[in-house]
Design a protein around this ligand. Sequence first.
Ligand SMILES: Nc1nc2c(ncn2[C@@H]2O[C@H](COP(=O)(O)OP(=O)(O)OP(=O)(O)O)[C@@H](O)[C@H]2O)c(=O)[nH]1
Length: 319
Amino acid sequence: MTETTPTPGAQRCGLIAIVGRPNVGKSTLLNALVGQKVSITSKKAQTTRHRITGVRTVAENQFVFVDTPGFQTRHGNALNRNLNRTVTGALADVDLVLLVVEAGRFGLDDAKVLALCPKDKPVVLVANKLDAVHRRQELLPWLKDMQERHPFTEYVPLSAKKAADVERLFSILAPHLPQQDWFFEEDALTDRSERFLASELIREKLFRLTGDELPYSCTVVIDKWEEEDAPPPSATPAKGKPVLPKPPLRRIAASIVVEREAHKGMVIGEGGERLKRIGSEARQELERLTEARVFLELFVKVRSGWADSEEHLRSYGYE
Ligand SMILES: Nc1nc2c(ncn2[C@@H]2O[C@H](COP(=O)(O)OP(=O)(O)OP(=O)(O)O)[C@@H](O)[C@H]2O)c(=O)[nH]1
């Protein structure tokens, strides 16, 4: 929702980090806030590994969202150490932190994320999945308990799946943004490249179509990305037929990197059916998002132990 440019000096703009343990609904909230799919949502925990920025401008306020991965508490391997660094790094330079928890619940994992939140910045408690709370009055003692844990700037029970709740969140957050000029054009949505969107989309299809069988440590690497301009309209068009411009073409090759040979089979599926479906669904969505024709080739590679090696992480861009 963008409106007319306000008078200079009245603009507010700030960086907002969305943090929380895995599976509390951070990606769902971000997607609802920025109004376009920039991050993937999945029933599988820990599917958000990248720092993603979404931008939304409402009246004179520009909200710049930084989606951070859940604070990893269970596994100590290099991948997760890397994630924790991302969380701390993302929080160092923001203006506002949204701590997402599930309404009525606050466990050890949530407490660990709260401990990472900066003490000198406003932290808003977003109590998500309100629709799943059947006895609302039971939330009152819980909210009181939360007040005792941290002097949160605001307490916002909501459901990230309800548009009205999400719009209300903007008006709650706006007064906490610093008064400064916008960082982005009014209609900017994300600073992520199409390449990144492509790998995220493939990953989303991968997890959706493999269900719970596949460990979260699988990743997608874009090996080739070629863009061809739209060809000029073909010679003489048939009489009376309009010449429609052809959309540009993207030639993309990507590898799904799995940890074990057995996982490779899961991704490929019987007779290659599953891999075919992952590719075809990702291609269709990419074509819609980029308004280009997409030629997508998918490969599956086994990279044993990659999640444990800092060196591999660097080569896959998890810095
Ligand atoms: N009932 C209900 N479910 C929700 C709501 N918001 C998110 N979910 C569900 O919670 C699950 C996790 O959502 P995500 O948005 O992927 O969670 P996340 O915190 O980004 O997870 P990680 O990527 O693992 O850190 C999904 O199955 C969502 O559909 C909500 O408001 N109500």
